[in-house]
Each structure stands twice: as structure tokens, then as C-alpha cells.
Design a protein around this ligand. Structure first.
Ligand code: HEC
Length: 135
């Protein structure tokens, strides 16, 4: 009986792994399509340790807000992001970056925004626990 259960679990695992591999988003498999400006912004994001205070998809530090979808927030936008990153606030440090560097980080945050939605609205959750939301 135990063998049967293990057999079923193992077979399910193999089928599921195969399914994920075959049907995953092609773009997600490669970093080739990422624009160099985004990669540059991503590196600056890491070098300046932005994630020690900010989250992407809920992961990171909690001193500042989650920045996953800041680019789509119609009340904010590029000049808003620029001001925070360039000059800081009382609570957020200024990073003495060149304008170019600030705009590369903004390119990165815009790219992150297009990858999905961080906060899933309650009404988008299906009774099965899954959800589909537009990117
Ligand atoms: C020491 C912690 C800390 C670090 C490091 C940090 N931030 Fe912040 N950030 C904050 C805090 C706190 C706020 C909220 C500031 C306020 O309201 O005064 C904030 C706000 C922001 C905002 C505005 C968010 C909003 O929704 O209003 C942006 C954009 C931002 N930070 C980008 C960055 C970037 C990019 C980096 C890395 C270069 C970075 N931050 C590094 C603490 C930090």
C-alpha cells in the first residue's frame, strides 16, 4: 500500500514538473529579452541595497513601501519616483546618483511593474484559491 502511495506521489511529481517545464512562460525562461537599461537599473537597485527597506512582491525590508507596482500608480509617476530617489526624504536617504542612474532605476521599476501585481485584490481570488489578473 505504501509503495502505491509513493508511486502515485512520484508519478504526480514527474508529470507536474514536466508540465511546468513545457508550459511555462517562454519569456520567464530567459533574461535575453531584458533591455540593457533595465539590467543597469537592476544592478543599481542591488548595489544601493534598496531592498533592505523596500519590498518587491512583498519580499524585502519594511521600512519603506512595496515598490512592485509604483510605476502604474496614477497618483505618482516618474517625477515623483525621481524626486524620492534623487533627493531622499527625512526617512529615506539620498543616494547622490546622477540623473542617468536614477532613470535606470525607474526603468527597472517600470519593468518590475509589468511582471505582475503584488497585492491581489480580494475580489480577484477564485473560490479554488487561484486567481487570474491582467498584467
Ligand atoms: C534606509 C531605508 C531606505 C532605503 C535604503 C531606500 N529607501 Fe526608498 N523609502 C524609504 C522610506 C522610509 C520611504 C517613505 C519615505 C517617506 O514617506 O518619507 C521611501 C520611499 C521611496 C519611494 C516612494 C514610494 C511611495 O510609494 O511613495 C521610492 C520610489 C523609493 N523610496 C525608492 C528607493 C530606491 C530606488 C532605493 C534604492 C536606491 C531606496 N528607495 C532605498 C526608505 C528607504
Amino acid at each position: 500500500m505504501l509503495r502505491l502511495v509513493w508511486g502515485i506521489l512520484f508519478t504526480s511529481f514527474c508529470l507536474y514538473t514536466g508540465w511546468v517545464y513545457l508550459y511555462c512562460d517562454e519569456e520567464a525562461k530567459t533574461t535575453e529579452n531584458i533591455h540593457p537599461a533595465v539590467t543597469e537599473g537592476w544592478n543599481l537597485w542591488q548595489q544601493n541595497n534598496c531592498q533592505s527597506c523596500h519590498q518587491l512582491y512583498g519580499l524585502g525590508g519594511y521600512m519603506g513601501p512595496d515598490l512592485t507596482n509604483i510605476a502604474r500608480d496614477s497618483t505618482k509617476g516618474k517625477p515623483y519616483m525621481y524626486t524620492f530617489i534623487k533627493h531622499g526624504t527625512g526617512r529615506m536617504p539620498a543616494f547622490n546618483m546622477t540623473d542617468d542612474e536614477v532613470y535606470r532605476i525607474i526603468d527597472f521599476l517600470e519593468w518590475v511593474d509589468k511582471s505582475g501585481v503584488s497585492q491581489v485584490p480580494a475580489e480577484a481570488v477564485h473560490w479554488s484559491g487561484t486567481y487570474i489578473i491582467d498584467k
